[in-house]
Design a binder for this molecule. Structure first.
Ligand code: AP5
Length: 193
C-alpha cells in the first residue's frame, strides 16, 4: 500500500516506479483505490468527481470503500500489486481512516509506505494542480496531516503486521524516491526485508 496526503506526489512517484519496473522486467501493477471507489460509486448511482467523494456521508463512503477493497483483490494479478491510497481522508464528518481493519484484512498488505515531503512543498504542489479540487492549506495544517498519517500508519502496522517505510519525495527527486521504493518492494517480495 502506497499512501500520502494529497499533493505529496505519490502518483508521480508511482509513475516513475512503473518505469523502473518495466526497465527491470519486474512484474508490477498499480491500482488506484480512489479510481476503483469512484467506479463503484457510479455503479451505486453516484456519478461524482473523484474529489467530491469525500463529501459524501460516511455510510456511503464506507460501503464504497469496502466494495473497492474487494474489487482490488479481484483485480490483483500475479506478481506485485501496488495500491495507491490514503491513510486517512478529510471528510465533512472528520478524519476518517482509509485503511480500517476490515479493509486491511481484505487487502492483507505486505508493506505500508508513507510518501512524505516538506509541508511548504506540498502546499505549493496543491496550488499548482489546477485540474484538481484540492483543499488549500497552510504549512501548519499540512504538518498536522503528515503527523496524523504517521499515527494512522502505526495503527495499521499493528493490525496488519506489515512494516512501514517512509519515502521522501523532495523537490525534483521523484526518480530517487521511486528507486528507493523499488528497492524496498523488491526486498520485501524476495523475502529479504
Ligand atoms: P486520489 O486521487 O489518490 O487523491 P490525491 O491524493 O489527490 O492523489 P493524487 O494522486 O492526485 O495526488 P498525489 O499526492 O499523488 O500528487 P501528484 O502525483 O498528482 O484519491 C481521490 C479520492 O479517493 C480521495 O480524496 C478519497 O475520497 C478517495 N480514496 C482514496 N483512497 C481511499 C480509501 N482507502 N478509502 C476511502 N476513500 C479513498 O503530484 C502533485 C503535484 O506535485 C503534481 O503537479 C506533480 O507534478 C508535483 N510533484 C510530484 N512530485 C514532485 C517532486 N518530487 N518535485 C516537484 N514536483 C513534484
Amino acid at each position: 500500500m502506497v499512501t500520502g496526503i494529497p499533493g505529496v506526489g505519490k502518483t508521480t512517484v508511482l509513475n516513475e516506479l512503473q518505469n523502473l519496473a518495466k526497465e527491470n522486467r519486474f512484474n508490477l501493477q498499480v491500482l488506484n483505490f480512489g479510481t476503483v471507489m469512484n467506479e463503484i460509486m457510479r455503479d451505486l448511482g453516484r456519478d461524482l468527481h473523484r474529489d467530491d467523494m469525500r463529501q459524501q456521508s460516511i455510510e456511503t463512503q464506507k460501503k464504497a470503500q469496502e466494495l473497492a477493497a474487494s474489487e482490488i483483490v479481484n483485480r490483483s494479478a500475479r506478481g506485485t500489486t501496488i495500491v495507491d491510497t490514503h491513510m486517512f481522508i478529510r471528510t465533512a464528518s472528520g478524519l476518517w481512516a482509509g485503511l480500517p481493519q476490515n479493509v486491511l484484512q481484505r487487502l492483507s498488505p505486505r508493506l505500508l509506505v508513507l510518501v512524505e515531503a516538506d509541508p511548504e512543498q506540498i502546499a505549493a504542489r496543491r496550488k499548482s494542480d489546477t485540474d484538481r479540487k484540492r483543499e488549500q492549506a497552510l504549512a501548519e495544517d499540512i504538518m498536522f496531516d503528515l503527523e496524523w498519517s504517521r499515527a494512522t500508519a502505526a495503527s495499521s502496522a499493528v493490525v496488519s503486521g506489515a512494516p512501514v517505510k517512509v519515502i521522501r519525495n523532495d523537490a525534483g527527486r521523484q526518480k530517487q524516491a521511486a528507486l528507493e521504493l523499488f528497492q524496498t518492494i523488491r526486498n520485501v517480495m524476495e523475502g529479504q526485508g
